[in-house]
Design a protein around this ligand. Structure first.
Ligand SMILES: Nc1ncnc2c1ncn2[C@@H]1O[C@H](COP(=O)(O)OP(=O)(O)O)[C@@H](O)[C@H]1O
Ligand SMILES: [Mg+2]
Length: 307
């Protein structure tokens, strides 16, 4: 059965005579039924959609140039393996658990949240967390780096953003928009030239976010949230800051690493102020040195004096 949230948005779209949005909601419902293996319902809905009119009947196919920019990450980690500060972990758990209460929320006139913004310095788990959330929700994650879309397709950025969202509606997934600030940069003229292009792109993004069907999940990520337009930030119901680790967390990571791999190495380090990715690399490097009987420093840094 279609989710009540989706039906709600469908009714609203029809009420607003916004038929392209209504069609989008139906496409999302079909994708939902498909992922649940309800072939009969899929056939019925597709048939019904066809009778809507031939122009509307075609399900969205992404242009090849955009398709090649989307990729699905392999997610190695689960939530308990990620080091997150307590508030962030609690917020992620709440977000996921909330989906079991969609009906109750709906009855109270509320919608399930489906838009998350992840921000923080590089290497602190934005991409990893998106993968983990997809895994937990049992949905594939499609990653798209927005800088690529904005850079390479000057002039057709909004059209492409629309196409990507349509694609996400029709293919039940978590859509992960990485480097969301690429849209912010366009305003300064650094990338996309004119301010007109910028406001068109931003408005398209805002509309797409407003119309996101309840069954879709969107995760945005940026290292530079200051570059984002406040209106864009406001669209995200959950905003998580993934920061460089604190000293105690680094110690805990090293302890856990040694326990998990039954290895012991000298734990004096210089990792304060570094992101999680560096902590991980450092442990792996130490581990490798133990296995190879070497006594080296961290070779993941530049060797040979690069400043
Ligand atoms: N909070 C974290 N806990 C454990 N490992 C992490 C964490 N954040 C990042 N890592 C590790 O660092 C690497 C880079 O993380 P990534 O998700 O690509 O960061 P970002 O997308 O924020 O740049 C990954 O291999 C991941 O396993
Ligand atoms: Mg990333």
């Amino acid at each position: 059965m279609p989710k009540i949230d989706d039906v709600y948005w469908l009714i609203r779209a029809i009420g607003d005579r916004d038929y392209s949005n209504a069609r989008r909601q139906i496409v999302a419902m079909i994708a939902n039924e498909k992922s649940n293996g309800r072939d009969k319902a899929v056939a019925q809905l597709e048939q019904a959609l066809k009778s809507w009119g031939d122009n509307n009947a075609k399900l969205v196919e992404l242009p090849q140039n955009i398709k090649s920019m989307l990729y699905q990450p392999e997610c190695q980690k689960d939530l308990p393996q990620m080091f997150l500060v307590d508030e962030v972990l609690a917020a992620v758990n709440d977000f996921m658990n909330e989906r079991d209460f969609a009906e109750n929320l709906r009855e109270a006139g509320l919608l399930t949240r489906n838009r998350i913004l992840l921000a923080g310095p590089p290497g602190n788990g934005k991409t990893t967390l998106a993968g983990v959330i997809g895994k937990e929700l049992n949905l594939p994650v499609h990653i798209l780096k927005l800088s690529g879309v904005v850079d390479s397709y000057l002039g057709s950025t909004s059209k492409n953003i629309n196409a990507i969202f349509e694609y996400a509606y029709g293919n039940r997934c978590v859509l992960f928009l990485d480097e969301l600030d690429a849209i912010g940069k366009a305003r300064s003229g650094a990338v996309s030239g004119t301010g007109k292009e910028y406001s068109l792109t931003l408005n398209t993004m805002l509309t797409c976010l407003d119309r996101l069907p309840a069954s879709a999940v969107l995760i945005g990520a940026t290292n530079m949230p200051k570059l984002l337009d406040p209106a864009l930030i406001r669209r995200f119901e959950l905003k998580l800051w993934l920061d460089n680790p604190k000293a105690e967390a680094i110690e805990q990571y090293i302890t856990d690493y040694m326990e998990k791999h039954t290895v012991y190495f000298d734990r004096s380090h210089n990792l304060i102020g570094q992101p999680w990715s560096k902590v991980e690399e450092w442990c792996i490097e130490k581990h490798r040195n133990v296995i190879l009987g070497r006594d080296g420093g961290c070779t993941t840094n530049w060797i040979g004096g690069y400043e």
